[in-house]
Design a protein. Structure first.
Length: 149
């Protein structure tokens, strides 16, 4: 692979060139998370409104006198971000930084391999389809280029 920057990523299994990072988050953390992702050069993100049930047990935010209802799924948002392998850890770190409150219900992140990426407009596949104008890879090449000169 001729990536122009170091591969610092973990050895995710099964091994693939691309991974989907799926994060289930509190809706009110979406804006800080997406701003931080944009800032680091992540351009392709899909967001879905979902409802979920975890350790939080479908209860409201836990506080004294809280209302418990076993059948109520909580409103969450799901972010899906497909990135090349060496960008996975940075994406995960950013999501945790911005989404974590330390309370039950902060959410969870799932990482899974992606076999291929196809840009519909151009028919590009693989790394060409994954790279985006002004994306993270482009930003890092620029930084390295100016460091070297
Ligand atoms: P084009 O250059 O043809 O506009 P593009 O690569 O910029 O292609 P879009 O067609 O703008 O991609 O993407 C359409 C939708 O696909 C986005 O709104 C987003 O929901 C989703 N998407 C694109 N790239 C990714 C990605 N890497 N991860 C997750 N979702 C993505
Ligand atoms: N990895 C892509 C890039 O560096 C960005 C992918 C994404 O935004 N999901 O251009």
């Amino acid at each position: 692979k001729d990536y122009s920057f170091e591969d610092q990523s973990q050895d995710y299994k099964p091994s693939a060139d691309f991974y989907k990072v799926e994060a289930v988050l509190r809706p009110w953390r979406l804006s800080p998370v997406s701003s931080a992702l944009l800032k680091m050069g992540i351009r392709g993100v899909t967001v879905t409104d979902v409802r979920g049930f975890g350790a939080q047990g479908g209860s409201r935010e836990r506080q004294a006198g809280t209302e418990f209802a076993g059948d109520s799924f909580l409103q969450k948002v799901k972010l899906e971000i497909v990135v090349s392998k060496e960008q996975v850890d940075a994406v995960i770190d950013t999501i945790i930084d911005q989404a974590r409150t330390g309370e039950i219900g902060d959410g969870k992140i799932f990482v899974s391999p992606v076999a291929d990426i196809i840009r519909i407009r151009t028919g590009e596949r693989g790394l060409q389809a994954e790279r985006m104008a002004g994306g993270r890879a482009a930003m890092q090449v620029t930084v390295e280029g100016s460091d070297g000169n």
